[in-house]
Design a binder for this molecule. Sequence first.
Ligand SMILES: Nc1ncnc2c1ncn2[C@@H]1O[C@H](COP(=O)(O)OP(=O)(O)O)[C@@H](O)[C@H]1O
Ligand SMILES: [Mg+2]
Length: 345
Amino acid sequence: MSEVTEAAVLNALRVVKDPDLHRDIVSLGFVKDIKICNGAVKFTVELTTPACPVKEQLKTQAHDAVRALPGVDQVNVNMTAQVRSTLGPANLLGDGVKNVIAVTSGKGGVGKSTVAANLAVALAQTGARVGLLDADVYGPNVPIMMGIQGKPLPSATGKIAPKEAHGVKTMSVGYLLEDAQPVMWRGPMLHKALEQFLKDVAWGELDYLLVDMPPGTGDAQISLAQLVPLTGALVVTMPQEVSLTDVRRAISMCKQVKCEILGVVENMSGEIFGRGGGRRTAEKFQVPLLGEIPLEPAVRVGGDSGVPVVVGRPDSEVAAAFREIAGKLAAAVATKQAMALPVLQ
Ligand SMILES: Nc1ncnc2c1ncn2[C@@H]1O[C@H](COP(=O)(O)OP(=O)(O)O)[C@@H](O)[C@H]1O
Ligand SMILES: [Mg+2]
């Protein structure tokens, strides 16, 4: 009987390719802790996101590739993930936050906050550490959508402790305002508020910080991009063609601040508003379409009651759409990170 070696195991695993990164898991450095005991082989595959949409597929392929080696009669694959940073050296957020993603749109009412909240929760459900910053100081929606009340408290380090719900750490100007208090934010105040939310909140270790941006002039986009390096932006659109002008504004704003567009999401797809605006936008501006979310009353009910639909109705079609988009978003971030990875031989 031939003896199984680590080199043989690694060689066998070179057939397993990450479909997003277009490279094999060995040269990407994903294979770790190989243990061989007679015919039993154990190893770990460390992906760059726990939200990897093809995790199970990769696990099966890795298992089968090693199982086919002569002398191997048992294979145990342990799947883990370590999200890597796209932000470079420490910034205002310290170095615990690995990726910052702005969720943006050309205008209000397209479902930006709804999408941001559900994607944040869907990412957290995969095991990722996630934060949601409500940068929409004009109409903070995060407290209601996540079902959070009360003022934030100081943390042990003297910073403000984020408020947590559904596995996501959140901060919103809504926690600091009295009910229905009108706020006349001017540019410099907005900048200062965003700076505090980044610097003075004890975000801790986060794989993804999603930022629910306000619609409109772009002040917030410019401020955010000046304050922290951004991994990229997710643009939310509605199906109708009319909103293309607004989308164009959102996209050119991102380009102006040199923020990469990670993808477009079409929200409220279906009978009433039609379909296809997201696809047309993606084609026109040459950015990826990450998915379409149907117009579905359960989404609004979830938002109004503080239980996002991915938690309240996890088996629904719309929850599945959110999970699929969360996976694609994480994959887009991982692809960006991988550009900087060394190739292992
Ligand atoms: N896919 C959807 N199906 C049904 N209602 C939705 C959907 N997406 C958003 N909504 C509802 O539309 C309204 C606007 O969404 P919201 O997320 O507040 O938009 P924005 O943050 O862009 O202003 C909310 O009442 C929300 O519950
Ligand atoms: Mg909103």
